[in-house]
Design a protein around this ligand. Sequence first.
Ligand code: ADP
Ligand code: MG
Length: 330
Amino acid sequence: MIQKDEVIILVYRKSNILNNQFKYVDFKYLLLIIDVQQLVKWRDVNLTVIETKNLTYTYPTGAKPAFQDVTINVEKGEFIVLTGPSGCGKTTICRCFNGLIPHFYSGKLEGEIIVCGLKVAEHPIHELAQHVGMVFQNPENQLFALSVEKDVAFGLENLGMPREEMRKRVDWALNTTNIFELKDRAPHELSGGQQQRVAIASVLAMQPEIIVLDEPTSFLDPLTAQNIFEVINRLNKELGITIILVEHRLDLVCKYVSRIIIMDRGRIVLDGSPRKVLNSEEARLIGVGIPKATRLYQILRNKGVDLGRVPLSAEEAAKIFLEVLGNDRN
Ligand code: ADP
Ligand code: MG
């Protein structure tokens, strides 16, 4: 007998959920379908997937820390853009999320970092890699197999996954990133945008909770970059994967993201919603790429014209202008 207002939790295997085989179905009762691993994590870490406290890191050759005193909480399902001037420590922080620091790069790591409930310092890179996928700037460095399909299967082979399940996972990852038709091609023959999709499919096949992408589009033209952002956005909105994207092209990404973190000289200086962060004077002074529409809003406001709402894109600005014109009775 189910009582009204009861929460029923069905526990299923994670792969079934990520493959989208279940959906919310019950309208009378709240029906949650989650997997055992998640249930344990939710109990333990309360939906926080990354937690750092006063994290500071210095490379072995570094005279001063590459970043310092970084305290952040990332909740499951967030889409975060991390940005800031070159050399401010973005890549170095990403290296902590999957354990490259401190397990591959030595040096001095101070403070705390917990990822998916695991203390990074106490768990090896290969274990963390099952929770955090990494995509880098240059996809060529990540692809080495003779075919796209083999590249995407590589991580799963290392886990010793049975053939049949591996086949399904690889096909699913290729389809989700829209590159199934490229599966027999050699990765080095593909365009930069296609290669970056292969790199994303390779980490997606591992079904990680978090995907970290470090300037994945910096070698790509704006249109190809836009396509990559759309794939990333789908992973976030449809599969619930937490995304941390290091990116300069804020005008292209801010419509997708829930939060922007800006770093400067090794420290986090701004952290909040895109509208709040991009409209701040500090963001402009640091020199991050404020979207043109947001900048126009600021210039008009400084001249005494307040449009009432901060636009993040040309489309939003056009809508606001049309509203203003619509209200004008003269
Ligand atoms: P960003 O990704 O924001 O451009 P990085 O994290 O690459 O910044 O660099 C932060 C600081 O750490 C810089 O001063 C850079 O020179 C230094 N750094 C980065 N990688 C290494 C490394 N492998 N060894 C020593 N110093 C490094
Ligand atoms: Mg970098």
